[in-house]
Design a protein around this ligand. Structure first.
Ligand SMILES: C[S@@+](CC[C@H](N)C(=O)[O-])C[C@H]1O[C@@H](n2cnc3c(N)ncnc32)[C@H](O)[C@@H]1O
Length: 238
C-alpha cells in the first residue's frame, strides 16, 4: 500500500482539519503526472493547523524529501480572520503518530505576509524548490494574494500550487485574491479544481497537466472542462 493510501486509511480520520476525503484521487493524480514527467522538488504548506493536509503532502515525497510548515502557530494575534488556530504541539504529535519518519520536517513560526524577498530566496535555497505548495493560511484577500506570490516564487519547474477554499462561500477573500493574482502576469495558471482546491502549475507545463487530467478523468460523472482566468481547467463538481 502506498504511503498516502495508508495515511488516508489510518491517520486522516484522526487528524482534525478541513480536507475533503475525495481529494485523495486528485493528489495521487497530480503526483503521478509529476512522477511521469520527472518533476522533482519538496513540499510546503502555509497554514497547517493540525497537519491534516500537510501529512498528506509529506506522504507523496521520496525518502530524502523535505516538508516545510509555515504558520503563526501560537502567535494567534496574527491570525486575523480566525481560519483555524494552528498549534505547533498538535501538528508535531500528529506527524509523529501518522506521518513519515524518513523525511525531514521543519516548522517555521511566521506571519506569512511578513516574508521578505530575501526570506523567499532563503526558503528555496534551504528547503526547496517545491513541487507541492499548499496555500491555506489566513483567508483574507491580502494574505491569500501575498501567499500565492510566495508560493509562485518558490516552485520547482512543474511544481504545483494548491490553493484551498477557492469558490468557497464562507471565504470569499480567497476567490477574490485568486482573481487579482491571475489578473496580473502570473507565471502559473490553474489546471484542476476539485473539492474547493484550485491546482495551478507553471504556464509552460499547463497544457501537459490539463491534458493528463482530462485524459484520466474523461469518464468521471462530475467532470467538466471549463475556463478560469483564461486558462483551461478540468473542473470537478460536486
Ligand atoms: C484553515 S487553517 C489550515 C488548515 C490545514 N491546512 C488543514 O489541513 O487542516 C489556517 C491556518 O493558517 C494559520 N494562519 C493564520 N494566519 C496566518 C498568517 N498570517 N501567517 C501564517 N499562518 C497563518 C492558522 O494558524 C491556521 O493553522
Amino acid at each position: 500500500m502506498s504511503a498516502i493510501d495508508r495515511y488516508w486509511r489510518e491517520g486522516f480520520p484522526h487528524v482534525e482539519g478541513w480536507v475533503h476525503g475525495g481529494l485523495l484521487a486528485y493528489l495521487k493524480l497530480v503526483d503521478q503526472i509529476q512522477a511521469d514527467a520527472g518533476i522533482a522538488g519538496h513540499g510546503a504548506e502555509i497554514g497547517v493547523f493540525h497537519g491534516k493536509f500537510f501529512i498528506a503532502l509529506a506522504s507523496l515525497l521520496p525518502p530524502d524529501g523535505k516538508m516545510t510548515a509555515l504558520d503563526v502557530f501560537d502567535d494567534q494575534s496574527k491570525n486575523i480572520d480566525g481560519a483555524g488556530e494552528g498549534s505547533l504541539e498538535k501538528i508535531k504529535s500528529n506527524v509523529a503518530a501518522y506521518g513519515r519518519c524518513d523525511i525531514d520536517h521543519v516548522y517555521i513560526a511566521t506571519d506569512s505576509t511578513a516574508l521578505t524577498a530575501l526570506d523567499r530566496v532563503n526558503l528555496v535555497r534551504d528547503r526547496g524548490p517545491f513541487r507541492l505548495f499548499s496555500v491555506d493560511g489566513c483567508h483574507t484577500v491580502e494574505h491569500t494574494l501575498s501567499d500565492l506570490r510566495t508560493a509562485e516564487d518558490c516552485l520547482s519547474s512543474g511544481g504545483v500550487i494548491i490553493l484551498d477554499d477557492f469558490m468557497h462561500p464562507h471565504w470569499p477573500g480567497v476567490t477574490q485574491a485568486a482573481s487579482l493574482f491571475c489578473a496580473g502576469v502570473p507565471r502559473v495558471a490553474p489546471f484542476l479544481y476539485a473539492h474547493h482546491k484550485l491546482f495551478m502549475v507553471g504556464v509552460g507545463w499547463h497544457a501537459h497537466f490539463v491534458d493528463a487530467c482530462r485524459n484520466t478523468l474523461a469518464h468521471h460523472d462530475s467532470m467538466k472542462m471549463t475556463t478560469m482566468f483564461h486558462s483551461k481547467v478540468v473542473s470537478i463538481y460536486p
